[in-house]
Design a protein around this ligand. Sequence first.
Ligand SMILES: *[C@@H]1O[C@H](CO)[C@@H](O)[C@H](O)[C@H]1NC(C)=O
Ligand SMILES: *[C@@H]1O[C@H](CO)[C@@H](O)[C@H](O)[C@H]1NC(C)=O
Ligand SMILES: CC(=O)N[C@H]1CO[C@H](CO)[C@@H](O)[C@@H]1O
Length: 657
Amino acid sequence: YIIIVLFIFQDWSNDIYLIFRKSLASLTAYWLVTRPRPMRPPCDLQAQSVGDSSCRRSALLKDDSLMEYYYEDTRTVFDMFQRGLRIAGDGPCLGFRKPGQPYQWISYAEVFEQAQLLGSGLLAKGCQPNSQQFVGIFAQNRPEWIISELACYTYSMAVVPLYDTLGLEAMVHILNLAEISLVICDREEKAAALLENKERGVTPKLSCLVLFNRFSDTFWGKPVFIFSYFFCCSGTTGNVLPKGAMITHGNIASNTSSVIKILEGSFVIQQDDVSISYLPLAHMFERMIQVTMFCHGARVGFYQGDISLLMDDIKTLKPTFFPVVPRLLNRIYDKILSSATSPLRRALLHFAVRRKQAELSSGVVRNDSLWDKLVFNRIQASLGGNLRFALTASAPISPTVLSFLRATLGCLIFEGYGQTECTAGCTFSMPGDWSADHVGAPLPCARVKLVDIPDMNYYAKNGDGEICISGPSVFRGYLKDPEKTAEALDSDGWLHSGDVGQWLPNGTLRIIDRKKHIFKLSQGEYIAPEKIENVYTRCVPVLQVFVHGDSLQSYLIGIVVPDPEVFVDWAKGRGFVGSYEELCQNPDLKNAVLEDMNAVGKKAGLKSFEQVKDLHLHPETFSIANGLLTPTLKSRRADIRRTFQIQISSMYSKTAF
Ligand SMILES: *[C@@H]1O[C@H](CO)[C@@H](O)[C@H](O)[C@H]1NC(C)=O
Ligand SMILES: *[C@@H]1O[C@H](CO)[C@@H](O)[C@H](O)[C@H]1NC(C)=O
Ligand SMILES: CC(=O)N[C@H]1CO[C@H](CO)[C@@H](O)[C@@H]1O
């Protein structure tokens, strides 16, 4: 504009005209150089997988043989670490911090040296260097966890990660099942609890404990030999005893390699990449990510161990890679929305998001547009300002949230789908396909097929059915549990996931249902509560929700934990005043929340029988600590039902709706 104004007022002088032409030329050149370019997808996005209406594999493979490894020399987790060691040597590997301080780093060389020392110490304490030797690790995420794991692999032992929050009964069960004689743990309380079991005689095999703070002085070195097999605990098992899922090094190598393969054209992990570690290491998802980072000589920084300080840790660490679960993405989404307080700011935010989403649909992902500078830079700075790549997995994410965050964060956000039994992954978003209503195409290490579920009216010939997986990333079975193994793995080696999927015309998979958590209401309607819960968590005042019903009742009810950060203000806006706890007791406010949920449900297309008809507001978050969430942050449905038995029956004892 300035140029044009000049142009008009300066009397068409020849000089000015030349200047104008020149600046126009350089502006055009500038635009040509800096214009956002769509990412080149690694395959035709309209044909992301190959196969028929039931069984399909990745379009990135040349033929039907599935991928087992990416780099010739990385077929075990040990190999992958060695690759990182060759790349990075004395470069940083594992980071940790004390409150309010910067990160401190342990180098690759140091980590490996510590692992050898610790490993030879384990041998000295009677561990056998073979794949039947199971060593328990009972600790929160921290560098010693990884050092202990590597110590075991260095001497061919297998690792059994014990979830930090495992209850006593489950713990005893695992120790005996895997005949664990040695447990490495982080805190003295845990060691004391383990000792107590030993004294009561319930864990006869346990003979040695290692505490993190003590090991370094007492161990001495020995040469190395590696094997290819270890095992970890399965994620969600509700209130039944945990099973030990046997995961091999080959499983891990194939999954990580597949991800590296998919990303090879768009995102290459480099030595200066940093990931933040806060998801439980006993969860395969987090382990796989770390292995992938190590394989490239990149860094992993640990959170301080307190989830409420996570955002501060992220700001300090400035990760380039953010592994995340939908629950947390939902929180970030809510935070961004609620921070736009005035109508003007809200309008600007939504407009900017729509502009960025339009770019996304043509394949462009960037964080340097005008909108990023004007609107999104504070949001991006709150995640450290260096983010290149985020990966969400472990539960379904709502397309609205995913596409909103892709626009606002301006980084690649991939979605993976899988479970522990197939080493966390079987499908993955294809770079360049930024649509959000599916979980991507099969990974190059997996064959995915759909199997009829006649009861629920799903048939493979129509392109829907139960998702089954085979290939090198599928586990070996549950330790010493042929019955459970046979339930999960059929005689042809297909892993049955319990999820219901649908093939889309472009070869991607959509999760449409769940085989397990399904019940009928008394009038015969099928209800999938998790789908409904996903809708309701979109409501502003709702942090967590549990939807309940059964075949004796004709309607659904809900247990809702209001969001402590916004609930008080939300209530005030509707004329209710009081503390968070008081407000949870207020029946009129409860009805206001119910109305809000029903409105959101209606907008999302819930049928009227899928809407909850009554609520109980509960002031304490469902957490791993209070036993209402699994370590992978899913609701423990049976436990929640038991905890709220009284409220549930009182809601049903009121007059029917
Ligand atoms: C923008 O993205 C680039 C590379 O993708 C990254 O290096 C940079 O730190 C990002 N900036 C912000 C503010 O996230
Ligand atoms: C793949 O199909 C889904 C569903 O039809 C669609 O939403 C998505 O945009 C498609 N992806 C591409 C890249 O066209
Ligand atoms: C290395 C890695 O990221 N592993 C992946 C295995 O596959 C699942 C799902 O596709 C991913 O979530 C994991 O991250």
